[in-house]
Design a protein around this ligand. Structure first.
Ligand code: FAD
Length: 488
């Protein structure tokens, strides 16, 4: 192990960690705690310092404490709104054994544990104040592909672009999400909605087994045959709730060329486009996928529908969709892309990897009636135009997503119409007001939210529908002392 912090720096760092109240006080994350003066050290603080040092010695990885030079880099997330977070420590692990040692340490000392994989939590859960962050990004293992069984085993350290790039080399893929730097771990544990969802389901639907370090410190494998209750919960029950997942094994599908068709509909036709798109897609072949984007404050009005279809079907499917909507698009383009270009199209380029401040949330629309479509447009238009721009993204829950029963995995939204995401990078006050008014505008049609688009201070019941009680029981069984922190 490379020692990157001197013993003196380690002790200085420990002061901050002790000050955060994690070792000695309540294990609940607290918003702000001032560091104590060095001469105010109590004997229990001193023993706390020894504990951190012992942990650092016991693992292959390293403990990054608040006074470490790289504490800021170690703790900061994709969403820079959480840059002032103050976790007690970030522990960079390099083996499953490390994860076990760290979890046992946290349990012994009453410190909440928050896992971090891709660091894209919407609520900053993987940098929570006073929690111990287990940073999995240096966990070895990468991605291995078993050609005979068509299974990919992927370390929790892996980001989505690496997943898709590595599997494309074998002409295989798994359903995932759009952002290149989102972690496979957080994505899969919350469900995983993306451009292959109608033909291949959610990311969690492709999960065959997961290696997990439980809050007890035990390392187990969860699958349909082993810890089946946990395996059920890991498929959509949300990141950070049941233990630390160290790797995932997924079923893969063949990577093929796909067409992308982009249709822009004029201002005034958005309600009709949403309702027509939904009805048409709901009845379309599962090989076709589509989403609707509405951007408020951009000055363009209208909406954009993106379709993904089998190669060379794009133009024909785009015409079918326009006819079903009954409005001529102002622009209609199609192109054929190989798998990796298709993935990159949705990733959005190098700029998409840059951290930024954003506010986002979601609603699950039960039925996409004409009035539900109108309410989504009305919700989007509550955006205060001078504040910048905001985007509403509507993704269908039809096709393979609805081939799974609502109780078969923890992800509950198998019989609902669509996920609607509200997203803005504008100033927080306008953003929060908009989010609240958007929720209110669609309230009559919303049955809940998507846990991967988690919002602060919202009850878990919003995300799990009829699966809530079963999830709570699994959580109670595997984490009876509430060691894991997820923000829910
Ligand atoms: C730009 C952007 C694009 C996105 N695009 C999509 C999309 O296309 N589709 C979609 O479905 N979602 C999407 N998301 C949402 C994303 O799936 C969630 O934010 C997800 O939780 C991020 O996972 P992470 O590992 O990157 O984040 P982290 O912040 O590391 O983790 C998120 C949560 O999971 C927990 N966790 C992380 N790793 C583990 C682990 N190994 N074991 C147990 N718990 C763990 C954390 O403690 C935290 O509670 C997007 C998010 C962003 C910011």
């Amino acid at each position: 192990m490379t020692r990157e912090i001197s013993r003196q720096a380690f002790v200085r760092g420990a002061l901050g960690a002790v000050a955060a109240g994690a070792l000695l006080g309540s294990c609940r994350p607290t918003p702000e705690v001032a560091p104590p003066a060095a001469d105010s050290l109590t004997s229990s603080m001193v023993s706390g310092l020894r504990d951190w040092a012992a942990l650092d010695d016991a693992i292959e990885g390293r403990v990054v404490l608040p006074s470490s030079a790289d504490y800021t880099a170690a703790k900061n997330l994709f969403n820079s709104r959480f840059d002032d977070s103050t976790p007690a420590a970030v522990v960079v692990v390099q083996s499953i054994d490390d994860v076990q040692r760290v979890v046992e340490f946290a349990a012994r000392n009453g410190i909440k544990v928050a896992a971090r994989s891709g660091g894209h939590s919407y609520i900053g859960a993987s940098a929570a104040n006073s929690a111990m962050i287990i940073d999995l990004r240096q966990l070895p293992g990468g991605i291995s592909y078993d050609e005979d069984r068509g299974l990919a085993t992927i370390s929790a350290a892996t980001q989505l672009d690496s997943v898709q790039t590595s599997l494309a080399a074998h002409d295989r893929s798994i359903p995932s999400g759009s952002c290149p730097t989102v972690g496979i771990a957080g994505l899969a544990l919350g469900g995983g909605l993306g451009c292959d969802a109608r033909r291949s389901g959610l990311t969690c639907d492709a999960l065959v087994s997961a290696s997990v370090v439980l809050p007890s410190g035990e390392a187990i494998t969860a699958s349909a045959d082993d810890h089946a209750d946990l395996f059920w919960a890991l498929r959509g029950g949300g990141g950070g709730n049941f233990g630390v997942v160290t790797s995932f094994t997924f079923r893969t599908f063949p990577a093929t060329d796909r067409d992308i068709a982009t249709l822009v509909f004029p201002e005034g036709a958005t309600e009709q486009a949403i309702a027509g798109w939904h009805e048409w897609l709901h009845n379309a072949d599962h090989a076709i996928w589509g989403m609707v984007n509405i951007t408020a404050g951009s000055g363009s009005g209208g909406c954009t529908i993106v379709l993904a279809t089998p190669a060379r079907d794009g133009p024909g499917r785009a015409s079918d969709l326009s006819a079903a909507i009954g409005v001529h698009p102002v622009s209609n383009t199609s192109r054929t892309l190989n798998r990796i270009d298709f993935v990159h199209y949705f990733e959005g380029g190098a700029q998409a990897t840059q951290p930024r401040a954003f506010v986002a949330g979601s609603d699950i629309i039960g039925e996409m009636t004409a009035t539900a479509a109108e309410s989504i447009v009305a919700a989007t238009s509550t955006w205060p135009q001078p504040a910048g721009s905001a985007t509403t993204v509507i993704e269908s829950l039809s096709g393979s997503v609805s081939d799974v029963d609502s109780g078969d995995t923890a992800f509950p939204w198998r019989r609902q119409a669509a996920s609607v995401q509200w997203y803005t990078e504008a100033a927080v006050e306008s953003a929060n007001e908009w989010l609240a008014s958007a929720h209110a505008a669609v309230q009559a049609y919303s049955v809940g939210g998507y846990v991967n688009y988690l919002e602060p201070d919202t009850p878990a019941s919003r995300y799990f529908g009829d699966n809530l009680a079963r999830l709570a029981a699994v959580r109670q069984k595997y984490d009876p002392d509430g060691l894991m922190y997820s923000g829910m």
